[in-house]
Design a protein around this ligand. Structure first.
Ligand code: AMP
Ligand code: MG
Length: 319
């Protein structure tokens, strides 16, 4: 189906499309999401089709209040409650045993559902007004760069969805941290907006699982978030051509003619780098250069999430 895609701030318009079972792009503090009614399997099918996302890659369900969360999962204990109290609304996704209310497709047939409460007033108001939770992966085509502005979404999903709810540029800029328990021990499945050191006062030492160690884990694909221009870490490979775009952490370096640079954080702050990461990749990618080279950022705090995305953007994708 082809739509004329509108961008606006009208929650009523967004609600009415969602209530009809259609998809709407929504702002969150992490990245823009491609949202549909999480309780409607047909809407979930549309999400997978629109993004061209493989069905084995489950969706995160976004809630606006504790009642919605509890309708989607089995009971939770005090530790889970403490995490919710500390980090919701915010960039933390919890994997919890699901209730039968959640369609199989949303969870890719797994026993757990991924839940989070996004920290964005427009989207929280939208979810309240819809009265149902929203399943929402990032609002980009599968494997491509995540969107952090309504314009980025439009660039990839024009004609594919009827409405983009514009909530401005995303405040955090990288996806949520995903965590869950295995045999009563917490594991971080994806580094993201909440750092390991922020989590540890509540759940103690946690193991961060390197996605590529467990390629069978849904969605932890080693290649992801990729620009169309080939990208390498640190150095350009041989024969990469002359027209190179550099993604730098905090300062410009001398370049030769034909090269371009984007500095993620002129202030040297990793949060600035996270906020500008996808915008930088979008901007360099749009220049039609021969090759992009990303300089890894300091690997601490939210820098880990940034380096994780850069590594996956640089990974070779199987055909
Ligand atoms: P995103 O592509 O940013 O929407 O993130 C979705 C990711 O969350 C997936 O690729 C999985 O890694 C993870 N995820 C979502 N739902 C589940 C689930 N039910 N069980 C395990 N991992 C999940
Ligand atoms: Mg994504």
């Amino acid at each position: 189906m082809s739509f004329e895609t509108w961008i606006g701030t009208d929650i009523n318009e967004a609600t009415s499309w969602l209530q009809k079972g259609e998809l709407v792009a929504i702002p969150t503090e992490t990245v823009y999401g491609l949202a549909g009614n999480a309780l409607d399997e047909k809407a979930a099918v549309k999400i997978f089709d629109t993004k061209d996302r493989p069905l084995y890659n489950p969706l995160i369900v976004h809630v606006a209040n504790a009642d919605q969360a509890s309708s989607l999962v089995q009971e939770w204990d005090e530790e889970v409650q403490a995490l919710m109290d500390a980090f919701w609304p915010g960039p933390m996704t919890l994997l919890l045993d699901r209730s039968p209310a959640v369609p199989d497709l949303v969870c890719a047939g797994l026993d757990r559902v991924a839940l989070r409460m996004p920290d964005h007033d427009l989207t929280l108001a939208l979810i309240e007004q819809c009265g149902f939770p929203l399943a929402a992966p990032s609002a980009n085509l599968f494997g491509r760069i995540s969107p952090t502005t309504a314009g980025h979404v439009f660039g990839q999903l024009d004609h594919l969805i009827p409405y983009i709810l514009d909530g401005g540029p995303c405040r955090v800029g990288v996806e949520s941290t995903i965590l869950g328990r295995e045999n009563s021990r917490w594991k971080i499945y994806r580094a993201g907006g909440i750092t390991q050191s922020e989590l540890e006062p509540i759940i103690g030492y946690t193991e961060a699982i390197n996605a590529s160690d467990r390629p069978a884990a849904p969605g932890m694909l080693p290649w992801h978030y990729a620009p169309r221009t080939p990208l390498a870490l640190n150095h350009p490979p041989r024969n990469s051509g002359d027209r190179i775009g550099w993604l730098r952490f905090s300062s410009l370096s001398p370049v030769v003619p034909g090269e371009r640079q984007f500095v993620l954080a002129p202030d040297g702050d990793l949060h600035t780098a996270a906020r500008r990461l996808y915008a930088g990749l979008h901007e360099l990618d749009a220049l039609g250069l021969d090759f992009l080279v990303a300089e890894p950022v300091p690997d601490s705090g939210i820098g880990r999430a940034i380096n994780d995305r850069l590594k996956r953007a640089a990974a070779v994708r199987p055909e």
